[in-house]
Unconditional design. Structure first.
Length: 230
């Protein structure tokens, strides 16, 4: 039976046919506060609970991962957190070094690798056309290493992606940052969005496109939870 990386939320696992696949690059993207970090962290914690020998690697590029939130999501059972390896690059160039180094130390067994977010430090580089070109070239290099990590080491690589407003829409429409590169390298693309109901979010499986590939959820102390819409 093919092993998958569970999200810890059965309705979402059902859409993903058991979870994110090891050996692939998966992208989770959406606006702020839609649950990207919570979902990525949930995947790591579920894996560590189920695999007593496994490690999970989390590149916290946005520096938003808090120890308090991690402990909340474990429900108090923190014995496996020593196997959660967190790295915090401070620049986009440093993020490249972390990704390259990780390729040399990751075990050759199914392992979760999270980059949260893949484009946060990329956006901070700014500058003119030449700087933008060089940043995109470096991002493409990182994605190539991560893809190699997935396929060569059986890793489940989870990327979180940010969005920005589409020019000329007044912020009413958004698109994925570095959309062309991320869509090219990602085997699975999951969009998270807020709904018109307060506290309720929606997950939409964009790639591969499947019928009924959506589910609604809320965010609780221990991660994603179901919602009663009746």
């Amino acid at each position: 039976m093919e092993r998958r990386l569970s999200t810890g939320f059965p309705p979402l696992d059902e859409i993903l046919k058991g979870g994110f696949r090891f050996g692939e690059v998966s992208l989770i993207y959406g606006e702020a506060s839609t649950g990207k970090t919570i979902l990525a962290l949930s995947c790591c914690l579920e894996y560590l609970k189920r695999d007593m020998r496994g490690k999970a690697f989390y590149i916290d590029s946005d520096h938003e991962l808090s120890t308090r939130r991690i402990i909340q999501m474990t429900g108090g059972d923190t014995c496996f957190l020593t196997r959660l390896i967190v790295m915090r690059p401070n620049s986009f160039r440093e993020q490249t070094h972390v990704v390259e180094r990780l390729l040399t130390i990751i075990p050759e067994r199914p392992t979760p690798v999270v980059v949260d977010s893949i484009t946060g430090l990329y956006r901070l580089r700014g500058g003119g056309p030449e700087e933008t070109f060089q940043a995109s070239k470096e991002l493409n290099r990182q994605l190539g290493f991560l893809s190699e990590m997935a396929r060569g080491n059986s890793a489940a690589v989870l990327l979180t992606g940010q969005v920005h407003g589409i020019p000329g829409t007044g912020g009413s429409q958004v698109e994925l940052v570095a959309e062309r590169l991320l869509r090219y390298w990602s085997d699975v693309i999951l969009k998270l969005e807020n709904t018109q109901i307060s506290g309720v979010r929606q997950a939409i499986l964009e790639k591969p496109l499947v019928q009924g590939g959506t589910c609604k959820f809320a965010i609780g102390l221990t991660g994603l939870t179901g919602v009663d819409l009746d």
